[in-house]
Design a binder for this molecule. Structure first.
Ligand code: ADP
Length: 259
């Protein structure tokens, strides 16, 4: 690859990480963070050494998702990531009050992300999953250009509006030569927790069609299920606490395709 020598200079080159995988979405609220966390846990379940970087500095969700309300330790001025459920997690939300609005310009966002890559003691990792900020703005572009991303996973709901955003996400990563690992359809269909009836709330299957159209892999679908939401809100992600359950299996199948 003609860019190879330059990539040695990029952030992440100093990291002892085999693969950095970005989890991205065109817009917020589609379940990108939930997917990133459970995907990281599913990869860890395969015996890989996994880190999760919450790069969504405007809306960090790792503190809630993992029930972390303490500050990371410092050792020789190096931040130690929080170790939980067998993975290493770092989020700007561990350092600041998550109720405080982040009013940062692009360059500050980028330097925060770069610092969380470089100045955190990730140790040796097989894979670092990066929960990207939503959208296709500055932060994404710089992240894609400044780190050696192995690939990007795009999360979308089945609605047209989300798919249009996903399409832009794919386009952006392609522009900066980051391979698209595939598209995940989240909130694919609704499972009634009482009667088990399945409802295609947002019109199931849109992401698979879109993936086909874009010529990228479809990685699988995750239903909209109250159990996933409840466990996320409780700080105990579904893959961590119900590793043999149906949801964990769905994330695990996606992890198999990504790895
Ligand atoms: P994003 O990172 O795209 O903004 P989040 O991962 O924070 O989205 O998810 C938004 C909300 O939807 C959260 O309350 C989360 O628990 C919930 N959620 C995400 N995926 C699912 C799912 N498959 N089933 C049920 N709830 C979900």
């Amino acid at each position: 690859h003609s860019h190879a020598p330059a990539q040695q200079q990029k952030a992440g080159a100093s990291l002892d990480v085999r693969h950095i995988i970005a989890v991205a979405s065109g817009k917020g609220g589609v379940g990108k963070s939930t997917t990133a966390a459970n995907l990281a846990l599913a990869l860890s379940g395969k015996g890989l050494k996994v880190g999760l970087l919450d790069a969504d500095v405007y809306g960090p969700s790792a503190p809630l998702l993992f029930g972390v309300n303490r500050k990371p330790d410092l050792k020789d001025k190096i931040i130690q990531p929080i170790e939980t459920y067998g993975i290493k997690v770092m989020s700007i939300g561990f350092l600041i009050d998550t109720d405080t609005a982040m009013v940062w310009r692009g360059p500050m966002v980028m330097s925060a992300i770069t610092q969380m890559l470089r100045d955190v003691n990730w140790g040796k990792l097989d894979v670092l999953v990066v929960d990207m900020p939503p959208g296709t703005g500055d932060a994404q572009l710089t992240m894609a250009q400044q780190t050696r991303l192995s690939g990007a996973v795009i999360v979308s709901t089945p609605q047209d509006i989300a798919l249009a955003d996903a399409r832009r996400g794919v386009g952006m990563f392609r522009k900066v030569d980051v391979p698209i690992l595939g598209v995940i359809e989240n909130m694919s269909y609704f499972c009634c927790p009482n009667c088990g009836t399945r409802t295609d709330l947002f019109g199931h299957g849109g992401a698979e069609l879109e993936a086909e159209r874009l010529g990228v892999r479809f990685l699988g679908e995750i239903p909209l299920h109250s159990r996933i939401r409840e466990l996320s809100d409780a700080g105990t992600p579904v893959v961590a606490v119900e590793p043999d359950g149906e949801h964990a299996k769905a994330y695990s199948a996606i992890a198999d395709m990504v790895w």
